[in-house]
Structures are given as structure tokens and as C-alpha cells.
Design a protein around this ligand. Structure first.
Ligand code: ZN
Length: 432
């Protein structure tokens, strides 16, 4: 039954045809008629009443879920069935890549593998671009320790839990401990098993996540092990292996190698006094002082390296050549958050760059620079915001008693609110 039949008051007849609704009311008195009809229209106008009843579509008794957006053969369609959603998705996907390419293109001479003085790393190929095929067996991840141990639990509590799981569930398996480590510009991966220790020093741009993944990959390539258990303290790596959606090449390799083999992955807490984990940690740290193995690195690490290199270059430019006046207000090159209100944002921007109607109108009017009628000095933004005696009360009232322009014109929501209130209080609404 359509929901509208339930909400319309008693005594009102209703006829529906497609999207047309006819309400019929009978009464002897005009006033009552009016009242009934008004109530019926109000009830029928409720959006819940007009919605079609939900009815599930099933194929082979499996319910097909409702969705507002669908991606098929690389094309995104939404319920309006036009290409707007698709164009928006493509635009978003391209925008960040284009920005990086633009930035590289501006500084990178053709054929040179160098960016602003840093050599670019070689990028590892991606074995698979999309999610894992749905019928592939799921990797076996053991989260038992995670359920039993809380962050910050003392080693005395953690050790017996690990011992218990080792002797009950993994007593017939070969247990390997892995760990990754990163400090400044050195990255290492370590692998420990009784009587076996391996370590690798990885390229400096690798992340901790990559180091942990590399260590797990190393463990999978140890020969002559039939039943393998890998113990790691990297929950993020295990989650990536479990969900099988990772675009990290080493995670995908771990998935490929472990498929069809008897491999289990188990999370253990790091730095909890577990001997094997301590050894793996020691090896990973030791690896950092060794010669780096020149291997291709995951694209996400390379991209991060490129981004940080561009940022560094930009910072150098900003601090070397730009107008120090602007640096008084903004100390870095990170993007500031804009306000939702365009008019407020305009005022803030004018104040930050120091160009307002009050201080620069004279250029258009071809008159001498304005002088403050109270203090007698030439008016600029610093004078208005920090010094002018005329606005002392407004400043006190809205607590904008900063001593520096940087503090008064900062990007934090609190300073901005105070500044906008001060402008209102000082009656500078149209002059800034
Ligand atoms: Zn003044």
C-alpha cells in the first residue's frame, strides 16, 4: 500500500494516477471543508508519504542492494543516468595527478631523473590494479592476540598470552618474526627465526608500512618451510592483506605468494618484551646502517617523495625571495582553510595581503594616502588591527589584543571569528 493512504486524515478520499493525486472532501460547511482539505494537503505534502514503498529485487533469492551510484565498465552512472557523476569522478581523479605533473614539468628538464636536486627513485610495477578476484581464497589472519591485549598492557601480561597461542595453535608450525624500521633517511626490514636472522636496508623513500610489508615478503621467500606462521606488529599491513584491496605492490605480492600455501599471519604487540619480536626489531634497526639495496619502490612512496621534494623547493623559494610583508602573516606554504562565507573570506584575505579599501582607496581616487584622524599617522592594516587608539574598546571587547599581525590574522577559527567581530564592532564593515 502506498504510504500516502496511511497519512491522509479520515473522511478524505484519495485517488492516485501515476504522479497525480486527487483529494476529495465532502462537508456541508465551507469552513470545515477548508480545514479538512488543508490537513489532507499538509499530510500528503510530507516527503515520507510520497515515497514509493521499498520493495527488494532478488535474483536467485539474493537481494540486489539499492545504490545511488554504480560503476560499470569504468563508467560511473548515478540515478539521473547522465554523465555528470562520471565527469566529476574523472576530474577528481585527474586533478591531483595533473598538479604533480605540472609542478614536475616546471622544474624537471627533459630526460633527467632528478627533481630539485634529489634523484627520483625507480617505481615498482603494480601486479594488480583492482581488488583481488572474488573467488580467490582469503588469507588467514589471526587476531586472537589483538582481542586479548590492550594498548599499553605490561609485558608480564602480554608474554603468557603469546606463549599460550604459540604452544596451542602454532606448535607444529615454523614461526617467523618480522619488523620494519624507519628513522630519518634510513629504512630497514628485519626477519627472525630461531637460528636465522635476515635484514635489508631499503631505499630512503620507503615508508614504515613498506618496510613492514617488505619484511613479511622476505619471510615468505624463506625456503623449505611447509607450515609457516608470520608474527608481525604491523596491524595496518595485516589489515591490507586481509581486505585484499591494497594497491601496494608488496602487499599484492604477499597475497600472491601466500595463496595455495599454508601460511598464517598473526598480530602481536610491538615493544612488549617478546623475544622474537625484539630480535626482528634489532635486525631492522641494524639494517639501517648497512648499504642500501637498490630496488624499485612502491608508487605511493615515490609520489610522497616527489611531493615532499616539491614542498621543500617551494618553502625555499617562499623564504628566499617573497615579500617579507606576507611572511609576517603566513609562515609556511601549506594551504589555509577558507571560510564558507565568501564575504567574510574576502575581508580576511584583504587584511592578510594588507590591501583594503580603507588603506588603498587613495590610489584610485588619486589623493594623498589617508592619515588617521585620531593618531595622525598614515593608515595601514597593522595600524588598524593592532595600534589605533580609536579602536581600543572594540579590540578589548573582542579580545583581539594581539601583539603581532601573524597572531591577529592567523588561520585558526578562533582568531578569524574575533577579527570579524572586531570589524563589526569598529564599524569598519564597508571599509575593509
Ligand atoms: Zn589611529
Amino acid at each position: 500500500m502506498q504510504p500516502i493512504f496511511r497519512v491522509v486524515p479520515n473522511g478524505v478520499e484519495i485517488l492516485l494516477y501515476a504522479d497525480d493525486i486527487l483529494l476529495i472532501v465532502r462537508d456541508r460547511k465551507m469552513e470545515a471543508l477548508h480545514r479538512k482539505l488543508q490537513a489532507a494537503v499538509k499530510a500528503a505534502d510530507n516527503p515520507n508519504a510520497r515515497r514509493s514503498p521499498s520493495r527488494n529485487i532478488t535474483i536467485d533469492r539474493v537481494v540486489v542492494p539499492y545504490t545511488n551510484r554504480l560503476r560499470t565498465l569504468g563508467v560511473t552512472l548515478d540515478r539521473t543516468l547522465n554523465f555528470k557523476a562520471h565527469c566529476k569522478m574523472v576530474k577528481e581523479a585527474c586533478a591531483s595527478r595533473l598538479r604533480v605533473m605540472k609542478a614536475i614539468g616546471a622544474y624537471l628538464p627533459r630526460g633527467k631523473r632528478e627533481l630539485t636536486g634529489n634523484t627520483l627513485p625507480t617505481v615498482e610495477q603494480l601486479p594488480r590494479r583492482s581488488n583481488r578476484v572474488w573467488h580467490a581464497p582469503k588469507p588467514s589472519i589471526v587476531w586472537d592476540v589483538k582481542k586479548a591485549v590492550r594498548a599499553g598492557d605490561p609485558p608480564e601480561k602480554v608474554r603468557p598470552i603469546i606463549q599460550n597461542i604459540l604452544s596451542s595453535r602454532f606448535h607444529q608450525s615454523s614461526v617467523l618474526y618480522t619488523d620494519g624500521s624507519k628513522c630519518e633517511n634510513t629504512v630497514g626490514a628485519g626477519l627472525y627465526r630461531k637460528g636465522l636472522g635476515r635484514m635489508r636496508s631499503l631505499p630512503q623513500h620507503c615508508s614504515v608500512f613498506s618496510a613492514e610489508a617488505f619484511a613479511i615478503r622476505m619471510a615468505l621467500t624463506v625456503p623449505n618451510i611447509k607450515d609457516l606462521v608470520i608474527l608481525t606488529d604491523s596491524a595496518s599491513c595485516l589489515l591490507a592483506i586481509e581486505t585484499s584491496k591494497s594497491k601496494h605492490p608488496w602487499i599484492q605480492e604477499i597475497e600472491n605468494i601466500s595463496r595455495g600455501r599454508s601460511v598464517r599471519f598473526c598480530w602481536i604487540p610491538g615493544h612488549a618484551g617478546i623475544q622474537g619480536n625484539n630480535e626482528a626489531d634489532r635486525l631492522a634497526n641494524e639494517a639501517r646502517s648497512q648499504a642500501v639495496v637498490d630496488i624499485p619502490i612502491p608508487a605511493e612512496d615515490a609520489l610522497r617523495a616527489v611531493r615532499s621534494s616539491i614542498r621543500q623547493h617551494w618553502d625555499e623559494q617562499w623564504f628566499a625571495s617573497r615579500d617579507p610583508k606576507l611572511r609576517e602573516v603566513k609562515f609556511d606554504t601549506y594551504r589555509w582553510k577558507d571560510r564558507d562565507n565568501g564575504a567574510d573570506q574576502r575581508v580576511l584575505t584583504r587584511l592578510r595581503i594588507g590591501h583594503t579599501r580603507l588603506t588603498h582607496d587613495f590610489l584610485l581616487n588619486k589623493t594623498p594616502p589617508p592619515r588617521c584622524d585620531c593618531c595622525g599617522v598614515i593608515v595601514d592594516v597593522r595600524h588598524v588591527i593592532l595600534r589605533c587608539r580609536k579602536y581600543d574598546d572594540a579590540r578589548r571587547m573582542h579580545d583581539t589584543n594581539s601583539t603581532s599581525l601573524g597572531a591577529a590574522l592567523g588561520n585558526d577559527a578562533d582568531s578569524e571569528k574575533k577579527l570579524l567581530n572586531f570589524r563589526k564592532e569598529a564599524n569598519l564593515y564597508k571599509q575593509l
